[in-house]
Design a protein around this ligand. Structure first.
Ligand code: BTX
Length: 324
């Protein structure tokens, strides 16, 4: 409800300090008794609040839930995340975002779910998306760029997420071309970029990100335990998912505006700073077979360049990479 939003806003503005009942009642425009009632409702929803005479209330712990409110209160972006479509359980946030984008959803609209029953990776693979643990989000943007440039946005997204993780946590993630973010060699984030386009005109780009935030090792199915990790596992701490979403959107917005005004070059430089796949021997498995060689870089479109043993350079548009 609107009152609930205002109440949470009052606490958010106080940044962890106490807010008096009087102030709250003025801010949300209701009586002191009504304030008390709303506070009790917050408690029922899993918030922990401390109440001290004369000082007022403060939130000491938020529930392990994400919601539109949690994402939007305290959000510092201009356009990204200003429209939030939140659902507890969906098949895939990509699917919902495709429909919304087709129906004209504005740039910056995000679809977020607590759980996906049919989360998708690339090439019809599955993305494991259990409830209460991760960020399963699809972002709709409408850049005026040619279709062949859109893979650059996957790399831009990876940079935004790495920057957000570095800002909020002590871990230093690496990027493996094109779309994996790894911590200590294990996958913590996956990115899936899909398009709605016609001829060479991009209508919308839908960027799906799956981020493992609070899973424990045993929360992953056995086949993923060796290759996947979460920010929680790597830091030994529980993290608030909404804060990650807000930080990622803010980083993305900054990089995206840089990209639209100056092109891919500045993004490429940032990306290269995080990439572990460069100057290494590798096998790239594509739909048309494997290419073995040394990655010498990415080109101005974000395409991976591999130098093979005969000295020729192969352009890799889409592949799975195995470092040697
Ligand atoms: P990908 O094809 O690069 O990676 C998929 C592979 O990663 C799987 O085959 C499996 O081995 C592994 N994997 C599956 N689940 C996880 C996980 N939770 N953590 C680590 N590794 C895993 C990557 O595809 C793109 C994933 C995008 C997911 C987002 S979530 C929001 C949006 N909605 C949706 O359906 N997909 C995107």
């Amino acid at each position: 409800s609107e009152l609930r939003t205002k109440l949470l806003e009052a606490f958010s503005n106080a940044e962890g300090e106490f807010v008096s009942g009087q102030k709250i009642s003025e801010y949300i425009g209701c009586s002191r008794t009504a304030v008390w009632k709303h506070i009790e409702e917050l408690r029922k929803d899993g918030y922990e609040l401390e109440a001290v005479r004369r000082l007022g209330y403060r939130i000491t712990k938020k529930p392990n839930k994400i919601s539109s409110n949690e994402i939007q209160i305290g959000l510092k972006t201009k356009t990204l995340g200003r429209h939030v479509h939140f659902e507890e359980t969906v098949t895939s946030t990509q699917k919902i975002a495709q429909t919304l984008a087709g129906n004209g959803a504005p740039e910056g609209t995000i679809v977020v779910a607590d759980q996906q029953t049919n989360g998708r990776g690339r090439m019809a693979r599955e993305w494991y998306s259990p409830s209460g643990t991760g960020i399963w989000m699809s972002l709709i943007i409408r850049p005026n760029i040619p279709v062949h440039s859109t893979p650059q946005l996957t790399l831009l997204t990876a940079v935004a997420i790495v920057q957000a993780i570095e800002e909020l946590t002590p871990v230093k993630p690496d990027i493996k071309w094109p779309n994996d973010i790894l911590i200590n060699g294990k996958k913590v984030v996956g990115i899936l970029t899909e398009l709605q386009a016609e001829a060479d005109q991009v209508h919308s780009v839908i960027i799906g990100t799956g981020i493992n935030v609070n899973q424990k090792v045993e929360d992953f199915p056995e086949e993923l335990q060796q290759i996947a990790t979460s920010i929680g596992i790597e830091t030994g701490k529980h993290w608030e998912r909404a804060l990650f979403i807000q930080t990622i959107l803010l980083k993305f917005e900054g990089l995206y505006s840089l990209y639209l005004s100056q092109g891919f070059h500045p993004i490429k430089l940032l990306w290269e700073g995080y990439a572990i796949s460069l100057n290494k021997k590798m096998v790239a498995r594509t739909l048309n077979g494997s290419v073995e060689g040394k990655a010498i870089g990415i080109d101005h479109n974000g395409v991976l360049l591999i130098e093979t043993s005969d000295g020729s350079i192969k352009e890799i548009y889409s592949a799975d990479i195995e470092l040697k």
